[in-house]
Design a protein. Structure first.
Length: 134
């Protein structure tokens, strides 16, 4: 019982999410973030990898991709789906999980384009509602 009480005590210390997070099943293109000072040819040579956006909020996202990135690395991603437009966004990797044949990246956005991001979230919500028949 003491263990359950300890766990329940931790619930009070958990931080509540500040923004709505929506599920997403959206193909994206992902590249390591090279920074504003990178030369154009560095961007052209950067390896572009196809990934899958798993969820999205105004503060961050989760996506899976086959990339060798670690926590605190930076990346950029954008939509590869014609139905839901997602502008290129820079993000910092908060955490990486290796699951079977995929790497899952938990991201925090860096100066996201808020209006475009909100429009993408609304589009994903609408898509999800239509898929459920509502």
């Amino acid at each position: 019982l003491r263990g359950i009480g300890n766990k329940l005590g931790l619930v009070g210390h958990m931080k509540e999410r500040e923004t709505l997070r929506v599920a997403a099943h959206l193909p994206v293109w992902v590249v390591p973030h090279l920074g504003a000072e990178a030369a154009e040819e560095e961007w052209e040579e950067a390896e572009q990898v196809e990934g899958q956006l798993l969820d999205l909020s105004e503060g961050g996202a989760a996506l899976s991709a086959q990339m060798d990135l670690l926590a605190d690395d930076m990346l950029e991603f954008w939509s590869a789906d014609a139905q839901v437009w997602l502008a290129p966004m820079a993000a910092r990797v908060l955490r990486v999980e290796d699951k079977q044949n995929e790497r899952l990246f938990h991201l925090q956005f860096i100066d996201p384009p808020n209006e475009e991001l909100r429009a993408a979230i609304r589009a994903l919500q609408l898509e999800e509602a239509q898929a459920r028949g509502g």
